[in-house]
Structure formats: structure tokens, C-alpha cells
Design a protein around this ligand. Structure first.
Ligand code: PLP
Length: 507
């Protein structure tokens, strides 16, 4: 490429160099990825100093036409299309940043590899009893598309802009009405629509927790919440549970010893134990929380998926002290890709949360909120929930019956009245890690119970999800699992008889 400079025009030389290179890029004589001459050699060629060339390159970098890489040079960027300039060969890299030491301390618990593992679906033919998602084959794709078409036709470009942080007003009003039907009197301004309930947990953690603060949780509990609390520097108090829910005596003890800033509870079809908290326990925990001035985050992620029995009042509806932030989601009853959850909070907290939500990501997609609202307005959500409840009940029954038939008598398991999971307690001496590994080798994926405990916990539980597999697959998976358990029990006996103490395999 030839650059001709004209000193008579009065146009700065750096600008003339930039103009010439820009023209060459636009005309295609300099291709994406091509390296520009170094500032020094370009300067020598043109008879100008290095700084003049550097200024020219700065101009082009400011226009996103080139990228300047310290120690490597300047490269032409692609003008259109997604192609980036070819990455430098590894050997050429001279890292200026030691990333491992650059990260903020609150990220210490973040595992960079974990983000993708969520999508690592078991291979075809495998039985997935591990992922707590609704069954994709049940997603109401067509009716949701119709709702989406209708709102776009009706509201057009208004839905393509930014919205208010609290959420799309008709959806918020609808949520207020739904809560009203369930004995929760909240105003529209107390609702914040979030990107999944995961964002709700995050926002609540961020308005309440300073590093070092304690959060009391059921032990075991949802690992996604614990990881989030950790990422905000919180310390976790894992409070044991019994068949009624979190034990009040143990909560009292922990609060007396350590105090806490937040109590996180999953009262319905708890993840992972599948238990539903009794009414008496709900009242007891609310009373303790109010006495200790301890805000409660009530995560009702799956309460709508009830197969039988009657719904118990939410903590939020029982509370008279303004201590409860209620959280819910459309992820399990509808589909998680919607990424729409919501919370209802006491006014002061709702205002802070909405302000934080706005600062974080402005608002949840208006388009999706409007489509969801329309989907609900048409009665499609109710129809869908009725349908999936019927199917999930069949799957629960298939799993429970198969476990009765194939599991050793010394194994016990829950029979939840709703939700998507069953909690298994293995026969004494049988290690869940080994069972999970053996099952995986035979194409059956199960959740190790210990992963849900705050302190590593016991190694004799499994969490089994019946949402993903058909009744036939469930029966096959449980039969395989049962054979593994029987073998482990026999091996345990033999080992005990021989006095063996070799540890069982751990992942
Ligand atoms: C107890 C609980 N709360 C919240 C979530 C987050 O759900 P989402 O962000 O998809 O609404 C999950 C996901 O599995 C969960 O199990």
C-alpha cells in the first residue's frame, strides 16, 4: 500500500496517514487480519516520526478499523461479519495481566469450567435422572409463538425498547392478582420481574449482604443459591432439616452463636429433599425470624407443580412482620429459556431491588414479558400446567413403584406431592459417589446428594429427577440403579465379614 502525503493541504499528517489506510481497508487492499507496518518502519518509509504514525493508528483504532495489541502490533479488523482477526499464536503472547491474581477475592469460589457443564446433556440412550429442568419435549412452542405474534402485532415497536426495571406493567398486575388469590396482598410496586429467580436471589443478596455476613439455609439446599451467597462474600450457616423442614431449635442456636443477615428457605418441594415445610414449621420460623429481625427469602420455585393435597400458605402470606421476600419463577412450570422469574417484596426492599435491577441490566426483556403475559391471559399457562402436572405425576409414580420393586429394603425415599425430584437415602454403608459413578457407566445419570450439603455432608443420599425421562426410561433407570445398590449392599456385607476397611471410591 502506498501512502502519499501532501504537506501543502494543512491537514495533519497523522490524519492523512489514517485516511489513506482507511481507504485501503474500505477498498479491500488491506484485508481483515493483516498486520500494519510497525510505527517505526511506517515512519521511516514516510519520513515522519513514530509518534505521528502512532496517532494515525490511534485514530483508526478509535474507529474500530484496527486493533492495537501491545508488543504485537496493529491488525486490520473485519469491517462486517463476525470474523475476528486471527488470534496470535500462543508462543507470541506476552501476557501483561496475571489474571489469576487480578480477580476480585469474591470470585474465589467461581469455577471457570462450571459455566458450560450445565449444558452437558447425557448422551442419547442415557437416562437422565439428574437435571432439574422440565422436559423440553413438553415445552409449548406453538402456543407461545402465537402469543408472541399476537403481542408484536398489537404493540409493535413499543416492545422492542427498554422497559421499566420493575417489569412490564400488565404482567406485574397479573402477578399481583395471582398472589391476591393466594392470600398475599401486595401492590404492583412491590413486584420486580427478574431474569429467572436466580437473578432474584442475586439481587436480594446484593441489597442485604456485606462480605462476612451470614446466611442461614436449609442443609441440604439449592447449590445455585449457596454459590451466589458465597460470591458475595457471605458465610453460610447450614441448618439441619427434619421431615417438617428447617429445625427451629437449630436455627435459634445458630443465630444465638453467630447472628445472620438472611434466612433462605425453599418451603415447597424443596431442592434437593423434595420435602414440603409443615404449617407449624412455617409459623415457627417466621416467628424466630421476626424476633431476630432476620429477613426471609422464600424461594417458591416449584410450588405450582402440585399433584395432590392442598397448597399450604406461603411464608409471605403468613407473615405479619414484613420480613419476607417472596420469589418465584416460570422456569420449572413453563420453560427455563424464558429466563423470567419475579419477586414480591416489602415496599422499601422492592424499591432498592428495582433500582439495583435497573443498574444491573435495565430490565427483563419486554418482548418476552409481554408474550408471557399474553400466554397467561389466554389461559395457555393454566392449560400447560394442568397437562405437565398430570405427566409428572405419572413419572413420579413410575419412579416410586420401580424403586419399591428394585431397591433394597434398606433404602428409603420420599414420595413428594409435587415438584420434580425424589430424595433417596441409601442403605447404610453404601456410598453415593460410587453408586453415581457405576450408574453413569451404565448410562443412568443421578445427582449425588452430598453436593447439596453445606459442609460436604453425608455421602448416602441421591437426588433423582423424574421430569426428564419417560415412565419407561424411568423404570429402566431405576432397575439398573437397583441392581447396583443390591450389589453394593452385598459387597458391603462381604467386606464387613472379611473385616475390610478399604474406602469406597470417591469421584
Ligand atoms: C430452588 C431453586 N431456586 C431457583 C432456581 C433458579 O431458577 P431460574 O433462575 O431458572 O428461575 C432453581 C433452579 O433450579 C432452583 O432449584
Amino acid at each position: 500500500m502506498e501512502i502519499v502525503l501532501d504537506r501543502s493541504t494543512g491537514l495533519p499528517i497523522s490524519r492523512q496517514i489514517a485516511d489513506a489506510i482507511r481507504t485501503a481497508i474500505e477498498e479491500g487492499s488491506l484485508a481483515a487480519g493483516e498486520k500494519l507496518p510497525t510505527e517505526r518502519s511506517q515512519g521511516q518509509d514516510l519520513g515522519v516520526d513514530r509518534m505521528t504514525v502512532s496517532r494515525a493508528y490511534d485514530i483508526l483504532a478509535g474507529e474500530d478499523l484496527i486493533v492495537r495489541q501491545v508488543g504485537r502490533g496493529s491488525f486490520v479488523l473485519p469491517r462486517r461479519g463476525p470474523q475476528a482477526p486471527p488470534p496470535p499464536p500462543e508462543a507470541d503472547l506476552r501476557p501483561a495481566i496475571l489474571w489469576a491474581s487480578a480477580f476480585a477475592s469474591r470470585t474465589a469460589s467461581l469455577d471457570a469450567g462450571a459455566a458450560g457443564s450445565f449444558h452437558a446433556a447425557p448422551a442419547d440412550g442415557a437416562v437422565n435422572l439428574s437435571s432439574l429442568f422440565p422436559d423440553p419435549s413438553l415445552f409449548p412452542v406453538d402456543s407461545f409463538r402465537r402469543a408472541m405474534d399476537a403481542v408484536i402485532r398489537r404493540e409493535g415497536e413499543r416492545l422492542f425498547g427498554y422497559g421499566s426495571a420493575g417489569g412490564y406493567p400488565p404482567l406485574r398486575r397479573q402477578l399481583v392478582a395471582t398472589l391476591g388469590d393466594r392470600g398475599m396482598a401486595v401492590g404492583e410496586d412491590q413486584i420486580v420481574v427478574t431474569n429467572g429467580s436466580q437473578q432474584g436471589i442475586d439481587l436480594v443478596a446484593r441489597i442485604l449482604l456485606d462480605p462476612g455476613d451470614r446466611v442461614a439455609v436449609e442443609n441440604p439446599t439449592y447449590t445455585g443459591a449457596v454459590r451466589l451467597f458465597h460470591s458475595h462474600g457471605a458465610r453460610i450457616l447450614g441448618i439441619p432439616v427434619d421431615e417438617e423442614g428447617m429445625r427451629p431449635d437449630r436455627l435459634e442456636e445458630a443465630l444465638a452463636r453467630n447472628g445472620a443477615k438472611l434466612l433462605y428457605l425453599i418451603p415447597n418441594f424443596q431442592n434437593p429433599t423434595s420435602g414440603t415445610m409443615s404449617l407449624a414449621r412455617r409459623r415457627a420460623l417466621i416467628e424466630i425470624a421476626a424476633r431476630h429481625r432476620l429477613p426471609i427469602l422464600e424461594d417458591d420455585f416449584g410450588g405450582d407443580l402440585r399433584f395432590e393435597g392442598s397448597e399450604l400458605p406461603s411464608l409471605s402470606s403468613l407473615d405479619r412482620s414484613g420480613s419476607v421476600i417472596y420469589l418465584s419463577t416460570f422456569a420449572k412450570k413453563l420453560f427455563p429459556g424464558l429466563r423470567i422469574g419475579w419477586l414480591a417484596a416489602p415496599r422499601e426492599a422492592a424499591g432498592k431491588i428495582a433500582a439495583l435491577k435497573q443498574m444491573t441490566d435495565w430490565n427483563t426483556s419486554l418482548l418476552l414479558q409481554a408474550a408471557l403475559h399474553e400466554f397467561c391471559r389466554r389461559g395457555d399457562l393454566d392449560r400447560h400446567v394442568r397437562k405437565v402436572i398430570g405427566l409428572y405425576r405419572e413419572r413420579r409414580d413410575a419412579m416410586v413403584e420401580a424403586m419399591r420393586e428394585h431397591f433394597p429394603k434398606a433404602a428409603s425415599f420420599t414420595r413428594p406431592a409435587g415438584g420434580l425430584v425424589i430424595w433417596v437415602t441409601l442403605p447404610p454403608g453404601v456410598d453415593a459417589d460410587g453408586v453415581a459413578l457405576d450408574a453413569q457407566a451404565k448410562g443412568v445419570f443421578v445427582g449425588r446428594g452430598d453436593l447439596f450439603f453445606i459442609d460436604g455432608g453425608t455421602h448416602n443420599n441421591l437426588r433423582l429427577v423424574y421430569a426428564q425421562a419417560s415412565p419407561v426410561e424411568i423404570r429402566r433407570g431405576i432397575r439398573i440403579l437397583g441392581a447396583i445398590l443390591h450389589r453394593k449392599v452385598r459387597e458391603g456385607r462381604t467386606a464387613a465379614a472379611a473385616g475390610a476397611t478399604a474406602p469406597l471410591p470417591v469421584i
